[in-house]
Ligand binder design. Structure first.
Ligand SMILES: Nc1ncnc2c1ncn2[C@@H]1O[C@H](COP(=O)(O)OP(=O)(O)OP(=O)(O)O)[C@@H](O)[C@H]1O
Ligand SMILES: [Mg+2]
Length: 443
């Protein structure tokens, strides 16, 4: 196969995810020495540094310019809301899935922001890509001191889910072009392919020789299933390692909308069961800052849940939520909880805290975990057809031991591997793919 190596000075990738997004890059001269030497954006989350930021966009009332992205967008919108100045602003969260669900997707497709205001999907997405592109270029400008223009020297890569149709993929390409990325400098990488490319570069398998354990890459002939479990979708593909180290696609990507945000959705449903939808809606409308805070707290806490943990997870209930609840009902919170199906699994604790049994938090995972297991079962049951011996779990949701242990327990003859920083594998793999597109051989 002809070499598909990039001759550009550097490769920059944008992973535009359902829940989280980020950018990363690497220079060609670094790639040639050590491919995994990739620089990833560091976002300030307010409580620490994180490699991804929430896919949240705050667009000014002019409907044309983006004011902030990520954690900054969430914080700025909350402060606007506090002063009741937010009504004319556009606030978009987790909007990527709208493209997946819309079969009539076109340049005219509109999406709704959190308060129901409409805007062209193309506008929102191109503004986000523009932001990420400019942010990356600003960092590069501070690193590259020579006078030459490096913009032409960038190979851009944008990731899309493999289960998206051609329409959705070309929609993303158009949005990137609108954001100022030249068509001939742009590659669209399929998320599980990018993940697979990255996994070719990192040691994965452990082998015992002479009583010692060494780590070796997957050997030729190995067929493995890549499970990219993100926030929105779980994408599944099967690849085989060839003699020359390249990859052959054995089965086209399949999957569905069973990502980590289903867990958040289950938590929201749980809150609705206790407080009722009108109270939760009013809470969101009146105190968006506290509303976001509750879900950010859940994001942190849910990552602590394990398949066999027994500890309670305590959530501080925002005062605003309790006040709205009390203005709507005569009953106490304990009375209301006692009427729900999970009364035995919740405790009202001192200091406006709710203690949730770990088994209850685990139950929030079950719908999405069940869907993933059902989907994988077919590939597991048909060894003669697929010949899979290894499963590589990537994507942020794979970092959950509840998901990875369920896969290990149910498919015990597979060797299940979860690379370090599983949530960054797609992004880093997209950079590697930009340097050398020949790694995946289709068919
Ligand atoms: N340790 C963890 N335990 C449980 N869930 C986790 C953990 N780490 C990340 N997640 C979840 O993984 C999801 C984010 O994964 P990722 O960043 O790969 O998704 P994404 O790229 O935004 O989505 P997609 O690829 O579907 O567009 C979120 O739902 C997040 O809550
Ligand atoms: Mg992703």
């Amino acid at each position: 196969m002809a070499s598909l190596k990039s001759h550009k000075l550097l490769v920059a990738a944008i992973d535009f995810g359902t829940t989280f997004s980020s950018w990363a890059y690497s220079f060609k001269h670094d790639y040639d020495k050590e491919p995994t030497q990739i620089i990833v954006k560091e976002w300030n989350s307010g409580i620490g540094i994180s490699s991804k930021a929430p896919t949240t966009a705050l667009i000014r009332p002019d409907g044309k310019t983006l004011h902030a992205f990520g954690y900054d967008a969430e914080d700025k919108y909350a402060s606007l809301a506090q002063n009741n100045e937010h009504k004319d602003w556009y606030y978009f969260r987790r909007f990527k899935m709208a493209l997946f669900k819309d079969m009539t997707l076109s340049r005219q497709t509109q999406i709704e922001d959190e308060s129901g205001k409409k805007m062209l999907a193309m506008k929102v997405i191109s503004l986000v890509i523009l932001y990420l592109k400019d942010d990356l270029q600003k960092e590069l400008a501070s690193k590259i001191t020579s006078a030459f223009s490096f913009e032409e020297e960038i190979q851009w890569v944008l990731t899309t889910p493999a289960i998206w149709n051609d329409k959705a993929r070309s929609f993303m390409r158009e949005a990137a072009i609108e954001a100022g990325i030249r068509n001939d400098q742009l590659l669209i990488a399929l998320e599980p392919e990018a993940a697979s490319v990255y996994c070719r570069h990192i040691p994965l398998e452990t082998k015992s020789s002479d009583g010692r354990t060494s780590i070796v890459p997957l050997c030729p002939g190995t067929r493995y299933i890549v499970v990219d479990a993100g926030g929105g979708t779980v994408d599944i593909t099967i690849h085989e390692v060839m003699e020359d180290g390249n990859l052959k696609e054995i089965h086209k990507a399949t999957g569905g909308a069973w990502g980590g945000q289903e867990v958040d959705e289950a938590f929201k449903q749980f809150l609705i069961n206790i407080f009722g939808n009108p109270v939760l809606q009013k809470f969101k409308l009146d105190a968006i800052d506290d509303y976001n805070g509750l879900f950010r707290d859940f994001e942190v806490k849910k990552r602590k849940s394990s398949p066999d943990g027994t500890a309670h997870l305590a959530f501080t209930l925002p005062v605003a939520l309790l006040e709205i609840f009390q203005s709507e009902t005569e009953e106490t919170l304990t009375d209301v909880i006692n009427q729900t199906p999970f009364a035995a699994n919740i405790k009202v604790l001192k200091g406006n805290k709710l203690g949730l049994d770990s088994s209850l938090v685990r139950s929030f995972y079950y719908p999405s975990v069940r869907s993933v297991l059902e989907h994988l079962q077919v590939f597991y049951d048909n060894y003669e057809t697929y010949g899979i011996s290894v499963a590589i779990l990537v994507g942020g949701f794979s970092e959950s031991p509840i998901l990875s242990c369920a896969i290990k327990d149910n498919f015990s003859s597979w060797k299940v591997l979860v690379p370090q920083d599983a949530g960054l594998v797609v992004l880093k793999g997209a950079v590697l793919y930009g340097h050398d597109q020949s790694t995946i051989v289709t068919g």
